[in-house]
Every structure is written in structure tokens, then in C-alpha cells.
Ligand binder design. Structure first.
Ligand SMILES: [Ca+2]
Ligand SMILES: [Ca+2]
Length: 241
């Protein structure tokens, strides 16, 4: 595997090839520095998609990652995810052949940084149907629950981000829908969020639909339907069996 040392240098930030490894900060530095701004662009061959796999992650924790963070950004400059803390991020599937990573640190508390591999994969029309990862679709795509059309697992948690082109809305059309039935969808559910800041959005009540067995079971505000949005589609299965 080609190994790319992730020096913090925007000029040298383009990483191409069908796979590679990013280790930041570069060996033998044990900690990243204060006040850093680093941008790396990963590009794999045309027609391929990218999967990011983290093996180490240690970036100053904060509820909103306001101090230090690693952001994953689409090539049209929209945020896919902003990461910090010590939990290893889920693998990220990017439905595009390039993606940008931006690291920033503030003026105190340095950590050991991150290590990740990136790899070109064949475009998969059912990105992330196995769950346990975060999948990002651009413009158009199909997702399905794990093992579909067989039953999904207990305790599954699957997340998809759908990026529409700028100034366009996203239309979600369900071809088949069958989840465990209960009054308030507290066992198994699919929730659609308006943008990628999902925790905050849930608390603010901007998730606009909960679907149950093919019909809306909760009142849906029109907020997410009338303006350009980047719904975060999340299927959640919490067993009540
Ligand atoms: Ca810091
Ligand atoms: Ca269940």
C-alpha cells in the first residue's frame, strides 16, 4: 500500500492513487501542533468511490468539535462530517472519486492525531447496506437496509448522507417499507434529518418524518421539504424482541 505521510502542507495536500495511508502528525512527532490548518485532497481513479477507514483517532474532544477537528468535505465544499474526540470514527463511504479532509487545531491541548487508510472501491448502488459505517451519496443513489430483502439485524444502526447539488432538494422515494410495528416507532424506525448536524437537529425537532410501514406516523413539518436541504437518512433498529 502506498503510504502518504500527512504533513500539514496545503501545496502538498493532493493524494492520488487507488489507495494510501494518512498518518497525522507525521512520524516521529507524537502530537500535532497548535494553530494548524491542513487540507488534503484524496483522489482515486475516475468512476471509483472512496472508503475511509480510521485505525487511530485522538483529536481534542468537544461537543461541537469547536477546538480541534478533522472535517470531511465534498469537492463542492460542503461538510460531510466534522470529527473530534477519541472514539474511532465509523468507516466512511464516499460516493465520489475525490474528497477533501481539513484539519484545524486551536491554541492549546495537542493530541496524537489520526491514522487512516483510503481505498478506491467500485461504485456500489447499495452503499452501506451492511451498516456500521457512514455512507455519503451524491445526486442519486439507492440504499437498502442490511440483508434486504431478508430481515435486518437487531440493534442495527445505519446512516446515510444524501448531498443534492446546490440549490436542489432531495426526493426520497421508498420502494418497499416494512419495519417492526409499534405505536410510536420507538423500537425500529427510519428518521430523516435536515442536515448532517444530526444530534443538534433532533433536539431542535427538525427531523421531519418518521415513517412506519409505509405511512407517516408523526406529523411532518414542511421545513425540510421547501428549501435546499441535505437530509441525513438514518435507519435505526433497536430490538424490543
Ligand atoms: Ca487544541
Ligand atoms: Ca425490532
Amino acid at each position: 500500500m502506498k503510504s502518504s505521510v500527512a504533513s500539514c502542507n496545503i501545496q502538498d495536500g493532493a493524494l492520488s492513487g487507488s489507495e494510501g495511508k494518512l498518518v497525522f502528525p507525521e512520524f516521529p512527532k507524537p502530537f500535532y501542533q497548535d494553530n494548524q490548518l491542513c487540507i488534503w485532497t484524496l483522489s482515486v481513479p475516475e468512476g471509483r468511490h472512496i472508503v475511509l477507514n480510521f485505525s487511530h483517532f485522538d483529536v481534542e474532544p468537544d461537543a461541537f468539535c469547536d477546538y480541534d477537528s478533522l472535517s470531511v468535505i465534498s469537492m463542492d465544499d460542503r461538510l460531510i462530517g466534522k470529527l473530534c474526540g477519541m472514539d474511532l470514527p465509523l468507516p466512511i463511504f464516499i460516493g465520489s472519486n475525490s474528497v477533501r479532509l481539513k484539519f484545524v487545531s486551536d491554541n492549546k491541548e495537542e493530541r496524537t492525531g489520526f491514522s487512516m487508510t483510503y481505498r478506491a472501491i467500485k461504485p456500489d448502488s447499495f452503499l452501506d447496506s451492511g451498516c456500521g459505517s457512514l455512507a455519503v451519496l451524491f445526486e442519486e443513489g439507492t440504499v437498502q437496509s442490511m440483508h434486504y430483502p431478508e430481515a435486518y439485524n437487531n440493534l442495527a444502526e445505519c446512516q446515510w448522507i444524501v448531498h443534492a447539488p446546490v440549490n436542489q432538494v432531495v426526493k426520497l422515494a421508498y420502494e418497499h417499507f416494512e419495519l417492526e410495528d409499534n405505536e410510536d416507532c420507538s423500537y425500529d424506525s427510519v428518521t430523516v434529518y435536515e442536515n448532517v448536524g444530526k444530534e443538534k437537529e433532533i433536539d431542535e425537532g427538525s427531523s421531519y418524518c418518521i415513517w412506519k410501514n409505509g405511512r407517516r406516523s408523526a406529523f411532518c413539518s414542511s421545513k425540510g421539504l421547501t428549501r435546499p436541504s441535505e437530509p441525513h437518512v438514518k435507519a435505526e433498529e433497536e430490538s424490543a424482541d
